[in-house]
Design a protein around this ligand. Structure first.
Ligand code: GLN
Length: 325
C-alpha cells in the first residue's frame, strides 16, 4: 500500500479543521435583534398566531432575558445576540400550539418572575386580583396562611413577598408542579416562610385533623388566619372546548369534576376546621359559579360572603369569614 503523502495528510487535517470550524459557526450562528424579530414576526404571522408583532417582541425579549427598554435600545445595533437554533426551536413549539409561557419557560405574576413549563398551570392575570383582594382585607400583622393547590406557587409566593411577616403553608398534589413551586420560592428567597407540602389537600387536611377534630380544643398555632385557593373549577364537559393551548396545561389544575364544583364541596367543610375565628377565606371561582360557591359557603356557616368581579367584569372571587364555630 502506498504510504500517504505528507501533503495528503495535511490536506485531510485541514479539511477536518475546516469542518469543525464550520460546525462551530453553525452552533454559534447568532442573529441581531432586528433580524430575529423580523424572522419571528414573519413566521408567527404566517402561522396566523394572534398578536404576531407583540408575540415576536416578547419572545425575543424573553429568550434574551432583556429587561425594560433594552430591546428598543439594541434593536438598531448590529450585534449578533440570539442563537438561531434557540429562536427556531421556540418558534416550532409555538407553531405546534405550545403555550407561549411554556416556550419561554417563565411567566410573570404580580411583577414576580416565575418558572413555568409543561405540568404546571400558567398563573393567570385574574388570580392577581385574588391576591390583591386578600391584601386589601388584611393588615401587615403576622398571619398564617394556607394556599391549597399552589401550582407554580404564584399565590403563596406573592403573599409571602408582599407580607414579610406572614408564614404560608402551600399544598400541591402534582410533584411536577411542586418542583416548580419550590424553584420559584427559592428564586425569590421565601423558602423559610413558605412550607410546601406535596400531597392531596383533601387527605393532608383530613389526616392532620385526626385526634383534634374538635375545633374548640385545637391548638390555635395550627390554624390559619387566611385560607386561599384557586382550585380546578372547569366542568369536565367544558374541558374539550378550552383553547388548544390551555388544553396543553395540566388537567389536574383545570378539571373541577362533573359540575366544576367538586373541590369547593370537599374543601369548604374542611375550612371550618382550619380557619381561625375571624379568619378569611378567599376563593377563585369560574365565571358561572357566582351563586353556587357562595351558597356552599353559607351552607357551612360562613359569614360576610362576598362576590367580587375580576378586571374583565366576570364574577371571579368569593371572600368569606367565620366568626364563631
Ligand atoms: N382560570 C383558568 C382558565 O382560564 C382555570 C383555572 C382553574 O380551573 N382554577 O382556564
Amino acid at each position: 500500500m502506498r504510504k500517504p503523502l505528507a501533503r495528503d495528510v495535511l490536506a485531510g487535517t485541514r479539511k477536518e479543521e475546516r469542518q469543525t470550524a464550520d460546525d462551530r459557526q453553525t452552533a454559534d450562528d447568532r442573529l441581531t435583534i432586528q433580524r430575529a424579530y423580523q424572522y419571528a414576526y414573519r413566521i408567527l404571522q404566517t402561522a396566523q398566531v394572534e398578536n404576531a408583532a407583540q408575540m415576536a417582541h416578547l419572545l425575543i425579549r424573553g429568550l434574551l432575558n432583556l429587561e425594560g427598554s433594552a430591546f428598543a435600545r439594541l434593536y438598531t445595533e448590529d450585534v449578533p445576540l440570539l442563537p438561531r437554533w434557540s429562536l427556531t426551536y421556540a418558534l416550532k413549539q409555538l407553531q405546534q400550539g405550545m403555550p407561549f409561557h411554556y416556550v419561554l419557560g417563565e411567566s410573570d405574576f404580580m411583577g414576580l418572575r416565575l418558572k413555568v413549563g409543561p405540568g404546571v398551570l400558567i398563573p393567570r392575570i385574574e388570580t392577581e386580583g385574588l391576591v390583591e383582594g386578600i391584601l386589601k382585607r388584611t393588615g401587615e400583622v403576622t398571619h398564617r396562611v394556607l394556599d391549597i393547590g399552589t401550582g407554580s406557587g404564584a399565590i403563596a409566593l406573592a403573599l409571602a413577598v408582599k407580607r414579610p411577616l406572614w408564614r404560608v403553608v402551600a399544598i400541591e398534589k402534582s410533584p411536577v408542579a411542586a418542583l416548580y413551586a419550590k424553584t420559584n420560592m427559592r428564586m425569590h428567597g421565601v423558602t423559610r416562610r413558605v412550607h410546601l407540602i406535596v400531597g392531596d389537600a383533601l387527605t393532608v387536611l383530613a389526616d392532620r385533623l385526626q385526634g383534634a377534630a374538635d375545633r374548640a380544643v385545637r391548638a390555635p398555632e395550627k390554624m390559619f388566619h387566611v385560607i386561599v385557593s384557586n382550585p380546578p373549577y372547569i366542568a369536565r364537559d367544558a374541558l374539550a372546548f378550552l383553547p388548544p393551548s390551555v388544553q396543553k396545561e395540566p388537567r389536574l389544575a383545570l378539571d373541577g369534576g362533573k359540575d366544576g364544583l367538586f373541590l369547593y364541596q370537599k374543601l369548604v367543610p374542611l375550612f371550618r376546621q382550619w380557619l381561625m375565628p375571624g379568619g378569611l377565606v378567599a376563593l377563585e371561582i369560574g365565571y358561572d359559579q357566582g351563586e353556587t360557591v357562595p351558597r356552599i359557603l353559607r351552607t357551612y356557616g360562613f359569614q360576610d360572603v362576598m362576590l367580587v368581579r375580576d378586571v374583565f367584569g366576570q364574577p371571579r372571587y368569593v371572600y368569606a369569614s367565620l366568626t364563631s364555630s
